[in-house]
Design a protein around this ligand. Structure first.
Ligand SMILES: NC(=O)c1ccc[n+]([C@@H]2O[C@H](COP(=O)([O-])OP(=O)(O)OC[C@H]3O[C@@H](n4cnc5c(N)ncnc54)[C@H](O)[C@@H]3O)[C@@H](O)[C@H]2O)c1
Length: 291
């Protein structure tokens, strides 16, 4: 099926970024969220981000044309309009499975149903639908308008044609598809990346290094743009905790056991940049505050 209209469920950091890049690529977008404030925040963020890209000459169209392709919705009633439906809600298996059941009931025949999950196996989500062959992982990285890689993840029953639709869609966005041929929890890139994050937190817990020293060291020694704690705050501590829990539950590998300090911060609502505090503290515009 050719993709003309993309329906997105979840307008948080990822859903809003995905809506933006789809609109920039000329696709019609319906961005939905059950939380009105999230939708308003998403549209404000997209407005700001497209404006910046136009200013820098990285988006050739005017802002109004790009934004004009995005409509918002407070529920799933328009999911049937999507040729491609992308789920980007909380990283929680029960919430996602409930959503997939509802999407299965609403999506048109032949539509591709994708998940942006960080770590939950695609097969687990596909299994609650009557059309697992149409379900695929399309895993973007944060911030979506900037990061060029997108994992295309095959569930056990994903059809070849569905994988190809995922690959073509991502290529149309000007991004590079990374094929993941088996939906092991965490896929390829989080499987690699989260091990380093867990180790950084464990070293912090043992008092071997501080948050800012570990981040500075990783940036300067390994040529990364951000250290593990800076990345962790951008991603959201709840997102990483959810991803680690999913990988650990499935593999029982200690390398993925969510560290105490991460679990405690999530319980305390210190989720990173989006809540004003995580490993660092932030002002209301998301700028890091000096200690
Ligand atoms: N944050 C990252 O860096 C990152 C990177 C790659 C993938 N992901 C994955 O993307 C997904 C979304 O992450 P995020 O960081 O955007 O989360 P977020 O917390 O910023 O946003 C999630 C949004 O989903 C909405 N939501 C929750 N339940 C819903 C439902 N049933 N129907 C409609 N909307 C619902 C919430 O209101 C919220 O606005 C997660 O699966 C996460 O693992 C996140």
């Amino acid at each position: 099926m050719s993709i003309e209209c993309v329906f997105i469920a979840g307008a948080g950091a990822m859903g809003s970024g995905i809506a933006q890049v789809c609109a920039q690529a000329g696709l019609a977008v319906i961005l939905s969220d059950t939380d009105e404030a999230s939708l308003a925040k998403a549209m404000k963020q997209i407005d700001w981000s497209v404006g910046k890209l136009v200013e820098k000459g990285k988006c050739k169209e005017d802002k109004t044309s790009v934004l004009g392709r995005i409509q918002t919705a407070a529920d799933l009633s328009r999911a049937g309009q999507g040729d491609l439906v992308i789920e980007a809600v909380f990283e929680n298996r029960e919430i996602k499975q409930q959503l997939f059941k509802e999407l299965d009931a609403r999506c048109k025949p032949g539509a591709v149903i994708a998940s942006n999950t960080s770590a939950i196996p695609i097969t687990d989500l596909a299994s609650v639908t009557a059309r697992p062959e149409d379900v695929v992982g399309v895993h973007f990285f944060n911030p979506v308008p900037i990061m060029p890689a997108v994992e295309i993840v095959r569930g056990i029953l994903t059809a070849d044609a569905t994988m190809e639709t995922g690959v073509e869609f991502v290529s149309k966005l000007g991004k590079t598809p990374i094929r993941v041929e088996s939906d092991v929890p965490g896929f390829l890139l989080n499987r690699i990346n989260l091990v380093g994050y867990v180790e950084a937190i464990r070293l912090l817990e043992k008092g071997v290094g501080t948050v800012s020293d570990i981040d500075a060291g990783v940036r300067l020694a390994f040529g990364r743009r951000m250290g593990p704690f800076e990345t962790g705050d951008m991603v959201g501590l709840d997102v990483s905790f959810g991803a680690l829990s999913a990988i650990y539950d499935a593999t029982r590998e200690r390398a993925f056991f969510p560290p105490q300090m991460l679990a405690r911060k999530v319980k305390a609502g210190q989720l990173g940049r989006k809540t004003g505090a995580g490993w660092y503290r932030y002002d209301e515009n998301g700028n890091k505050l000096e200690d």
